[in-house]
Design a protein around this ligand. Structure first.
Ligand code: NAD
Length: 489
């Protein structure tokens, strides 16, 4: 049976609609939009195309549910998340199949995302019962100072297509734990996973109105209408920096609290004292997780001139040996990119780099035939000012540039408007401390190509945004502090 047909078993027809106030509804205007298979461009299915009007129905439901939800016992909120964690884990194979189908990544990668995404629910189920304020005596004596943490209120979540479940759960988890209600607008390219997740949240016992999902092909109209309403108190966005800037400007009128998880341009530094084989292993993860379509993806490989040739040769051999194909097929390592625009943009950056003097070690040519495929590619001799070193590539291309001194490496690594993730490979302990302190990034991976962990604060600085998701910090984004002054004799 083809995977398109199998979708009927994975996501019932009624769930290809808007989920508002605990029920599945068609869009008010009856419109629908199609979801395409990135492996061949065919139509997988269609879903309701929500309008600003539908979004307001969702906000009505979220605002109505907010007071009772805020009063729900923390343990109860935590146990709903725990049940959802267990349901996701039980259904990991089905969810992975939906992710792979609509987004393109391999089933193994999709399963990895499901595990990662579910962990946010387990982590925040444990944090729901650890929300506390403080009690202290004023420095001058006399009064006592008490702080109370309260949920910020109804939230809007805008999520990207690259991790259809995990970019949702890392917002939903802390919001549910904190006692916030929400309207979620998944990416129009991958709406199916979030609809499946909404069904799971309902089964886990989440009350009607706490979580609402509005799929739409017109995200801008929907978010504009919602953000003009003063009942909406918070927006959490994961996506590109230009859209993030639009949303921050839009938040000014109602002064909504904002969390911005935006783009990256991660440097991957390999020093002369590094274990080159370990650096190549790390590079394979940092570059090829999600086919390079990750905000954490290593974007600029800065390698010390003494080990650059060895690193490039070994990375080229590993990248060149990967099998590209449909994500649901056996033996495939690298799925298609999300759409034809992605292939065009990446191949443009590679052509440009070659024009600037780069050498292609492996890959670099768009294959014939249907689907949004691009081969794993390694380039050497890429000038620092080549466009490929300035932009987020968001694909399976590793451009390598050499450096001579540590100061030069740090200066070049920091020479970007972005500040999300950075990677360092060295055996020198003192150097790891110096670099952790001098790299202007929200995250630094030392001798590892993977920094994401639900128990750690994920987030960036500069054009990569602000706010943290995961870790102890993650729940703070969903809590306000009330200070109470109490005179005490
Ligand atoms: P995008 O900015 O195009 O879209 C993100 C979301 O915003 C989608 O739901 C989209 O429908 C919506 N959107 C688009 N235009 C909008 C508008 N004008 N108003 C309101 N909503 C709008 O990004 P994308 O292409 O889906 O995702 C890729 C980007 O996301 C990359 O830049 C990547 O680095 C970034 N990303 C960041 C993180 C992180 O945690 N920092 C994680 C994953 C992806």
């Amino acid at each position: 049976m083809s995977d398109h047909l199998r979708l009927n078993e994975l996501l019932p027809d009624k769930q290809r609609n808007l989920y508002i106030d605990g029920g599945w509804h068609e869009a008010n205007g009856g419109e629908r939009f199609v979801v395409l298979d990135p492996a061949d461009g065919s139509v997988i299915t269609d879903v309701a195309d929500g309008s600003a009007d539908d979004a307001m129905d969702a906000l009505d439901a979220a605002a109505a549910a907010q007071p009772a939800w805020a009063r729900t016992a923390p343990r109860e909120r935590g146990e709903i998340l725990r049940r959802a964690f267990e349901l996701i884990t039980e259904r990991a194979d089905s969810l992975a199949r939906i992710i792979s189908l609509e987004m393109g990544k391999t089933l193994a990668e999709a399963k990895g995302e499901v595990t990662y995404g579910a962990e946010f629910f387990r982590w925040f189920s444990e944090e729901a019962v650890r929300i506390h304020g403080r009690w202290m005596q004023a420095p001058a004596g006399g009064s006592r100072l008490l702080t109370i943490r309260k949920p910020v209120g109804p939230c809007l979540f805008l999520t990207p297509w690259n991790f259809p479940i995990a970019m949702g759960t890392r917002k939903i988890g802390p919001a549910v734990a904190a006692g916030c209600t929400m309207v979620i607008k998944p990416a129009e390219l991958t709406p199916l996973t979030m609809l499946a997740l909404a069904g799971i949240m309902e089964e886990a016992g989440l009350p009607a109105g706490v979580l609402n999902v509005v799929t739409t092909s017109n995200s801008a109209a929907l978010s504009k209408a919602l953000m003009a309403d003063d009942r909406l108190r918070k927006v959490s966005f994961t996506g590109s920096t230009p859209v993030g800037k639009v949303l921050v400007r839009q938040s000014a009128d109602q002064l909504q609290r904002m969390s911005m998880e935006l783009g990256g341009n991660a440097p991957f530094l390999v020093f002369e004292d590094a274990d080159v084989d370990a650096a190549v292993d790390g590079a394979m993860v940092a570059k090829m997780r999600n086919m390079g379509e990750a905000c954490t993806a290593a974007n600029r490989f800065l390698v010390h001139e003494a080990v650059a040739a060895e690193f490039a040769e070994k990375l080229g051999a590993r990248m060149g040996a990967l099998t590209v194909g449909r994500g649901q097929d056996e033996g495939v390592d690298v799925g298609p990119l999300i759409n034809p625009d992605a292939v065009e943009s990446i191949s443009g950056l590679v052509t440009d780099a070659v024009h600037d003097g780069a050498t292609v070690v492996t890959g670099g040519t768009v294959p014939d035939g249907p689907g949004n495929f691009y081969p794993p590619t390694v380039l050497t001799g890429v000038p620092a000012d080549s466009q490929i070193n300035q932009e987020e590539i968001f694909g399976p291309v590793a451009p390598i540039t050499t450096f001579t001194t540590e100061d030069e490496a740090v200066e070049r690594a920091n020479a970007t408007e972005y500040g999300l993730t950075s990677y360092v490979f060295t055996r020198d302990l003192a150097r790891t401390v110096r670099l952790a302190e001098s790299l202007d990034f929200g995250m630094v991976g030392i001798n590892t190509g993977l920094v994401s962990n639900p128990a750690a604060p994920f987030g960036g600085v500069k054009a990569s945004g602000f706010g943290r998701e995961g870790g102890f910090e993650g729940i703070d984004e969903y809590l306000d502090t009330t200070y109470v002054a109490i005179p005490a004799g």
